[in-house]
Ligand binder design. Structure first.
Ligand code: AMP
Ligand code: ZN
Length: 155
């Protein structure tokens, strides 16, 4: 029974972002409302690296409600303005890794806001360029309609 208890405990162990929002772990919070929270990332390769998360635990983008997704993205735009006003950054990345294969390391959805500066040498977007797909314009049209069909199904 002791082992079953330990397993149950491990399964209910809160993720690190839930701990921050529950006040069990301190991380400076920038903004909080009924749906989402923004706080400073513990890693600051550039200053003002910020994360926005849903308050309720949701593993990745696929687990977000429409309301959470709207709130998080609206906040990302407002906060991007604030970061630019504070840092004078000439650019900013909005980034989210979903799934281990995409580089996700904390499995509570988050958007990264990363101000960018001339010559900062961060390579967040490495790999987004290239001409492997599609081979033809017709393929690009087919890919477009595949996504349009799927979007229409979810209306
Ligand atoms: P990702 O690799 O996209 O899942 O990003 C996870 C992010 O969470 C990284 O940028 C980490 O620096 C950040 N992180 C991990 N632990 C903490 C923490 N305790 N407080 C704030 N940020 C954290
Ligand atoms: Zn969580």
């Amino acid at each position: 029974m002791k082992q079953a208890g330990a397993v149950a405990e491990a399964m209910t162990e809160k993720c690190v972002f839930c701990k921050i929002m529950g006040g069990e772990k301190y991380q400076p919070v920038i903004y909080h409302d009924g749906l989402c929270t923004a706080f400073m990332d513990i890693n600051q390769p550039n200053p003002y690296h910020v994360l926005i998360v849903p308050n309720s635990h949701a593993e990745d983008i696929y687990a977000l409600s429409a309301d959470e997704a709207s709130a998080i993205f609206q906040l990302s735009a407002r906060l991007s303005h604030a970061i630019r006003r504070v840092t004078n950054c000439p650019g900013l990345n909005v980034l989210s890794n979903n799934g281990r294969v995409a580089g996700q390391t904390v499995f509570h959805f988050h958007l990264h806001l990363m101000p960018r500066f001339q010559g900062d040498r961060l390579r967040l977007a490495a790999g987004l360029m290239g001409r492997k797909y599609p081979k033809t314009d017709a393929e690009l049209e087919r890919m477009t309609s595949n996504l349009k069909d799927q979007l229409a199904k979810s209306e």
